[in-house]
Design a protein around this ligand. Structure first.
Ligand code: HEM
Length: 341
């Protein structure tokens, strides 16, 4: 599998989403050199750096499937715009929340102790393709106060923690693929799916809310992340816990804050891996009030949406390192280019 899914996250993450406009095969070939470029940086700077490369639905269909003969991962779909039902409880008024779909061809996710090395890796992969790509998201996130979101709340408390739990949550294993064809198994084994969403916080509005009410919005206490009891059904935690038939379905979050409290744009770059894309999709639908109502028929949505707006939304498939390198080899032979890098 690729190196950045299961490793504990160091201080800085770079989230880089782009479309490929031309020379697709050459760009795919360069991207497949991820592991070599990463190892060079580790050696040169004696610093750990991990990275994953993931692909959007359109490029998978247009290039990996159609031109390079890879199967399409089952359950793969593009991110589709979400719009809540009318959330206003006042008659004559309407209020909606929405999550835009921006997708993108490629997502590079890098993490290390040094922001400069993160840039170094992305530059090493893409330096000769500046004219071939259009950048959609380029966010450098940093750990804030030891792991808090800019709202001041600890983010990650209930994230899968042990290697076993992380693997079971995020990595597609052969036991998950019993019903799949040989071709689909080949593409999916040791892969993952990932949601990337850039959220912009309205911190001015958030900071007018007193701490007790903020805790009701999140569903956890601000100082230590202990649960708020009883847990409000519109809290973020209540809306993001996904239970089906007595089983809790989890995702592996690797989100980082970006920007700063005094700047114009600050928020959370939400990033989460899961072996089953429908789990992430269902969580989002719960958050946007598209799944549950309370006994009085009021739509239950996530109150954090009143303080934070998603401005991008993309789903990607993260192939195993073997498949990533095979994409490069097939791209190279399809294009007839030489592999000098
Ligand atoms: C503005 C964006 C978001 C912020 C600021 C945020 C923040 C938080 C915080 C503070 C917690 C509580 C501590 C913890 O368990 O980590 C939490 C939990 C969680 N969040 Fe988010 N989150 C955001 C978006 C999302 C999205 C988009 C999803 C899913 C698609 C999500 C899924 C979860 C899950 C699964 C939990 C753990 C729930 C549990 O098992 O207790 N979050 N988040």
């Amino acid at each position: 599998m690729q190196s950045n899914i299961l490793k504990p996250q160091n201080e800085f993450s770079l989230f880089f989403v782009f479309d490929i406009n031309k020379n697709e095969l050459e760009v795919l070939s360069s991207l497949s050199h991820l592991e070599t470029k990463r190892a060079e940086i580790v050696k040169k700077y004696n610093s750990d750096i991990t990275a994953t490369i993931s692909f959007g639905y359109n490029i998978w269909e247009d290039w990996m499937s159609s031109k390079l003969s890879f199967a399409t991962p089952s359950g793969f779909q593009p991110f589709k715009k979400l719009v809540s039902p009318n959330l206003s409880t006042e008659s004559g008024k309407k209020k909606f929340h929405y999550a835009p779909a921006t997708n993108g061809d490629v997502f590079i996710h890098v993490n290390s102790e040094r922001m400069d090395l993160n840039y170094q890796l992305v530059s090493a992969l893409l330096f000769k393709h500046k004219q071939d790509i259009k950048v959609l998201v380029d966010i450098s996130g940093y750990k804030y106060l030891g792991g808090r979101d800019l709202t001041g709340f600890i983010d990650g408390t209930k994230n899968p923690d042990t290697l076993k739990e992380k693997t079971e949550t995020a990595i597609i294993q052969s036991s998950d693929l019993q019903a799949a064809s040989k071709e689909v198994k080949h593409v999916m084994e040791n892969g993952s799916f990932v949601l990337v969403q850039k959220w912009v916080h309205n911190l001015e509005k958030w900071e007018t809310v007193n701490e007790t009410d903020q805790e009701k919005v999140i569903g956890r206490k601000k100082p230590d992340s202990k649960p708020v009891v009883p847990r409000p059904e519109t809290s973020h935690v209540a809306r993001s816990i996904l239970m089906e038939n007595g089983k809790q379905y989890k995702i592996l979050r690797a989100s980082f804050p970006y920007g700063n409290k005094t700047g114009n744009v600050a928020g959370l770059l939400f990033c989460s891996y899961c072996k089953d894309l429908s789990v992430i999709d269902k969580m989002l639908r719960k958050m946007y009030g598209l799944r549950d109502q309370n006994v009085k028929g009021t739509v239950l949505y996530d109150r954090t949406l009143d303080y934070s707006q998603a401005v991008t939304g993309s789903y990607f498939f993260t192939p195993s390192l073997n498949v990533l390198e095979e994409i490069g080899r097939r791209a190279l032979s399809e294009s007839g280019i030489s592999s000098k890098l």
